[in-house]
Design a protein around this ligand. Structure first.
Ligand code: AKB
Length: 319
């Protein structure tokens, strides 16, 4: 029987991943933890505890006490925020990972998921259809920490048998919990502003293409990777995951189909330089071949669901 710990369960990925894992493995077998309070839905559906992953002893104790077999460690300072507090972000991102790797090695929680990102690539990487294996010279704090994390994950797999698994997430788009401090956040903010105000000021320029993915696809594929027979996994650093690539202008045009009065303006800030250093599109055939990565949402389907669900959310709040 699997007993699963999700670290960072109150964040954008965690708040949806926990609910999906509880459907599969049973409410009481999926432990949600964070340093922030969870959503009501998450709190009411199973165990939640405040846990700081930066405290190694508390983490190890938790794993042993609850007989944990799998860990998803989602705690991270994202790209935009990391540029504001470089040394602190490096410290948090690396310590959160190293504590989990060491605790996995010392306990029965040998299976570990840790998210990497398209941020591992840099300005010298080929920007279109970026392959799995290529030049990797990230120039952001977040990207450097993700690349270092991938190398440590693979090292702990080879050296200590920790069953480390990872994907390089593109920007993730969801309506339940908003992201915080990322460069791809515009692609979530735009939907909330489109519903509330029918206008949006983008912090990225109109033709900045980036890989993105709807949260349902991200969650489904993350769990699929974790359920794959270990012998099928040829990559123990992190798998490319392409999603869908589009620019702010292309997304705005899609929103206008549903909201003809919607207006977008552009005022690039410091996150433009980060976006310019990342790939515009990614190639993910190795993940497709090894563990069956597949997605269901294109820009049209995603836009429709995002607008409908945010309308519902805002209307429910009013009454
Ligand atoms: C960010 O923008 O920092 C993240 C990411 C692409 O990893 N969404």
């Amino acid at each position: 029987m699997e007993r699963i710990l999700v670290i960072g369960s109150s964040g954008q990925i965690g708040s949806e991943l926990v609910l999906e894992l509880r459907k599969i493995y049973g409410n009481n077998n999926v432990f949600a933890t964070d340093i922030k309070n969870p959503t009501e839905e998450l709190k009411n559906s199973g165990p939640f505890q405040i846990l700081d992953v930066l405290n190694y002893q508390n983490l190890l104790h938790f794993l042993v006490r609850h007989n944990i077999t799998q860990v998803y460690n989602l705690a991270a300072v994202l790209s935009g925020n990391a540029e504001k507090i470089p040394l602190q972000a490096w410290d948090i991102n690396m310590k959160a990972l190293m504590n989990t790797l060491m605790a996995a090695r010392k306990s029965d929680a040998k299976k570990l998921f840790w998210p990497s990102s398209i941020a591992v690539f840099g300005p010298t990487t080929p920007r279109q259809n970026t392959p799995q294996l290529t030049v990797m010279e990230p120039n952001t704090v977040y990207g450097i920490s993700k690349l270092a994390g991938e190398r440590w994950g693979e090292y702990f797999f080879n050296r200590y048998g920790v069953d480390f698994r990872s994907v390089r997430y593109p920007g993730l788009i969801s309506y339940k919990t908003e992201p915080g401090g990322g460069t791809t956040d515009y692609a979530v903010e735009i939907f909330f502003d489109a519903v509330k105000k029918e206008c949006y000021q983008s912090f990225l320029s109109e033709n900045t293409a980036l890989p993105m993915m709807f949260m349902d696809d991200a969650i489904k594929n993350t769990i699929k990777l974790m359920e794959t027979d270990p012998s099928k996994l040829s990559v123990r650093s992190s798998y490319n995951m392409a999603g869908i690539s589009f620019t702010p202008k292309e997304l705005a045009d899609e929103i206008k189909i549903h909201k003809p009065n919607f207006k977008i303006s552009y005022k690039p800030d410091f996150r433009q330089a980060i976006a310019d250093s990342w790939p515009a599109s990614i190639e993910d055939s190795i993940a497709q071949k090894d563990w069956g990565l597949e997605t269901a949402f294109d820009i049209k389907k995603m836009t429709k669901v995002m607008l409908e669900e945010i309308e519902k959310k805002i209307n429910n709040r009013k009454y």
